[in-house]
Design a protein around this ligand. Structure first.
Ligand code: AMP
Length: 329
């Protein structure tokens, strides 16, 4: 995840972070705050530094356990940028130009705004994934096309130079793969969303969170039913309710039979606030000890570098780069 906001939103948490935490039980897990990616939006240097720590603190608050996962900051492991260059020399210009996120973001920035970095962003993302011989990549639905590019690049390198890179699989959990905007339930919840009250930021005060849930757009009629086609607003709220309580959408809908949207939203506001409050408190606790946080990230970077270096050495050897030798006079 990029450190491009002060707070994660509910889509980041349910689509990605919650899955990261679960995968710790079954897999060796590697997670990064991808600060190099954040450079594509020209952040203020002080803000970028602050958000990098805040994002890492939120990963920890959400349950990423540095004893079980490698947690680090992307720019601390220079192999990401190096592999990215190699992969960019294996990516077609037209292939990169077809990435829908690039097209959307470039259209929003307009004119001379989009940088080459924004264009090659998915190649850097492929490097992030392929450096760790990743089997599974837990992301939201919006990253599916980028994942496909990572797979294509790994397959292309393998076809050209023999087995070199592991071809990753996306791990996209259908129920929470796309959390929608509360004001426009046909658009994904996103930090670049048009209306600020369409997103739930986890570090917001409880009063703001409750107000946004209560003012969420609902659908015609009064019935609380899970039907994403006919009732996208209520279905999105049911998805959030179910994911945060570990219950099923149908079971929750049945409980509200005969009740109105108002009751349902009031209870959902409590569910979200009950989740966000301890999350915010844990984040603040990590942020109050920046030295400890930096130590966790330094340890993670060291462990990440060992894996990344081995992969990059293998790539360099297979593609014909002359190994660097220590000079012995
Ligand atoms: P980003 O905000 O692009 O750094 O996204 C970080 C992670 O959150 C990625 O894995 C995204 O796929 C995921 N994500 C972002 N928005 C949503 C959403 N509305 N629903 C589900 N997952 C999301």
């Amino acid at each position: 995840m990029q450190p491009t906001a002060d707070s994660l939103h509910l889509g980041n948490y349910l689509g990605a972070l919650a899955q990261w935490v679960l995968l710790q039980d079954t897999h060796e897990t590697v997670y990064a705050v991808v600060d190099l990616h954040a450079l594509t939006v020209a952040p203020d240097p002080a803000v970028l530094r602050e958000r990098t720590r805040r994002t890492a603190a939120q990963f920890l608050a959400g349950g990423v356990d540095p004893e079980r996962s490698i947690l680090f900051v992307q720019s601390h492991v220079s192999e990401h940028a190096e592999l990215s260059w190699v992969l960019s020399c294996h990516t077609g210009f037209g292939e990169a130009a077809r990435m829908t996120q690039f097209k959307d973001k470039a259209a929003k920035q307009g004119g001379e705004g989009p940088t080459v970095g924004l264009f090659t962003y998915p190649v850097l993302m492929a490097a992030d994934i392929l450096l760790y011989d990743s089997a599974l990549v837990p992301v939201g639905e919006d990253q599916r096309q980028h994942l496909e590019l990572s797979r294509n690049l790994a397959q292309r390198v393998n076809a050209r130079y023999g087995p070199t890179l592991v071809v990753p699989e996306p791990h996209i959990v259908k129920a929470t793969a796309k959390i929608f905007d509360l004001q426009d339930p046909t658009a994904k919840m996103s930090k670049s969303s048009a209306a600020a009250n369409g997103i739930i930021e986890l570090l917001d005060p409880p009063s703001v969170i409750a107000k946004r849930i209560k003012s969420a757009v609902t659908d015609a009629g009064r019935e609380i039913r899970f039907d994403p086609e006919a009732k996208p607003g209520i279905s999105n709220l049911l998805t959030i309710y179910a994911a945060l309580t570990g219950r099923g959408v149908e079971e929750i809908a049945a409980e509200y039979a005969g009740k109105g949207y108002g009751d349902f939203k009031r209870d959902l506001a409590d569910v979200v606030v009950d989740f966000a409050t301890p999350f915010r408190e844990r984040t603040e606790a990590y942020l109050s000890e920046p030295d400890r946080l930096d130590d966790v990230l330094a340890d993670g970077a060291e462990r990440a570098r060992v894996i990344a270096r081995a992969t990059l050495d293998r790539v360099c050897e297979h593609i014909g780069l002359l190994p660097a030798r220590r000079y012995r006079p």
